[in-house]
Write a protein that binds this ligand. Structure first.
Ligand SMILES: O=c1ccn([C@@H]2O[C@H](COP(=O)(O)O)[C@@H](O)[C@H]2O)c(=O)[nH]1
Length: 235
């Protein structure tokens, strides 16, 4: 799988997306999340794919197993590279997602990798304990979600850089650790709570990094992307 940094296309419409993509003269790996997908629908996936970019469709499905199975079957036809669900939906739901994805992948095409969100990178341990009423450390909660994700047969998880190394030890190095919450050194955290730099992510065992505002909000997005790539490839 492409291991280039994934750029989060968190834009309100197609117009801003293609304006942004015009900064790059080679195919990149991008993430389409709910902001863009809910405004533009599946056609945005097709249009971005037509430009040759790899796609992580970040819709974080979380519902009863039957609903997620059916939704995933439909999403499989879009031909993206990476999709996700919430691990909090449970093992049956994650197995349903995988079944749907396998059933919907056209014959002869490679199925998208399926990963599960553990604890969002915007969540602190205190919030998790007080608001989700989970009386574990944040690390143990993330590790638990990673273990049940593996048990369900998925390809990996979304976690923060802070947990990536221990997930690798618990679930195996081939189990993907996809880490958002990435900032250039000294960059503003915004609403993210568990953050790291691209080089910190590589050193801590991330398999793939997701970078949004550090690139999309930069005065020169291509230069910011290059800086992220250089740091990611540094060690
Ligand atoms: O735990 C999670 C899961 C997903 N995300 C998504 O990643 C990007 C991060 O954007 P930044 O601008 O780099 O903060 C965004 O699309 C989130 O929806 C996440 O941040 N944390």
């Amino acid at each position: 799988m492409n291991t280039k940094p994934i750029i989060a296309l968190d834009f309100p419409s197609e117009k801003e997306v293609f304006q942004f993509l015009s900064n790059f003269n080679e195919p990149i790996f991008v993430k389409i999340g709910m902001e863009l997908y809910l405004q533009e629908g599946p056609s945005i996936v097709q249009k971005v794919k037509e430009q040759g970019h790899d796609i992580f469709l970040d819709l974080k499905l979380h519902d009863i197993p039957n609903t997620v199975r059916s939704a995933m079957k439909g999403l499989a036809r879009l031909g993206v590279d990476l999709v996700n669900v919430h691990a909090a939906g449970g093992i049956d739901m994650m197995r349903g997602a995988l079944e749907g994805l396998e059933a919907g992948t056209p014959a002869g095409k490679e199925r998208a990798k399926l990963i599960a969100v553990t604890q969002l990178t915007s969540t602190t341990e205190e919030q998790m304990q007080n608001e989700q009423m989970i009386s574990l450390s944040l690390l143990d909660s993330v590790l638990h979600y990673a273990r049940i994700t593996k048990e369900a047969g998925l390809d990996g998880v979304v976690c923060s850089v802070h947990e990536a190394g221990q997930i690798g030890e618990a679930c195996g190095q081939e189990f993907l650790r996809v880490t958002p919450g990435i900032r250039l050194p000294g960059g503003e955290a915004h609403d993210q709570k568990r953050i790291a730099t691209p080089n910190g992510a590589k050193a801590s065992g991330s398999s793939l990094i997701v970078v949004g505002r550090a690139i999309t909000g930069a005065a020169d997005p291509a230069a910011a992307y290059k800086k992220v790539c250089d740091l990611w490839e540094e060690n």
